[in-house]
Design a protein around this ligand. Sequence first.
Ligand code: URA
Length: 279
Amino acid sequence: MDSRLPETSRKKLEAWFRYYHDLNFGEFYIDRRTMGKRSVKPPAVGAQIAAPALLLSASAATAAKIGASPTSALPVVQDSSLFEAIDRVEGDTLQIISENLGECTRCRLHKKRNKIVFGAGNARAQLVFVGEGPGHDEDMQGLPFVGRAGKLLTQMIEAMGLTREDVYICNVVKCRPPENRKPEDDEVATCSPYLYRQLDVIAPKAIVCLGGVAAQTLLKTKDPISRFRGNWYDFRNTKLLATYHPAYLLRNPAAKSEVWRDLQKVMAHLGLKAKKAPR
Ligand code: URA
């Protein structure tokens, strides 16, 4: 019997291993307890193959030590990201993360993207803003928050007495979801380890999630943002606060005052003095 994998399956498997290697996973083994439940038929040529059943060498205690632990009780609805089960990547830099990402084809979003939007700003920023995913303008320029919502974000940053060069801005997914739809759970799961690494490398004093997707991803909840907006949470030992997305503010300008109140909390935490509320 020819036990070689079909070429397409082999390529996909290779890509998965490269992905986990990029995330610093060194040890893989198959969980044989799950083997009996699986079909032993070889995958059809061109069939989607799932990630191998992986057991990680890191202990549950390590995972508990470094995992996200919001200070208020948010229901955990997803399994932890695989990345969270390992310690921080030794010697990691934004450049290495960007190189690991490469011309990423790990999820379907790559098919329609023009440019990957990795993130931009100060690699040693005290404050990181995390959005949802690139829109049309960002996809064209390869830079985060450069469209209408981005202009509003710039005003918010400047009202805090900062510039875009002082902070770091990135997104949960690095490729534009078609028609600006919300990223799907599997797209978030594939892309978010790179966000975790960016946050670990920058090690800011505060993270501001812009909108529900960013907050739900980092806080591991499906609760609507209205439930936890404006409160401080702990994310891997960094203070995290969620506020409304600037695109929401463009549609609902009345919510700007709530966002300004949230940003004032961030400023107090960073020891910044406000100029004046943005209009
Ligand atoms: N909206 C986002 O969430 N991110 C961007 O980069 C632009 C718009």
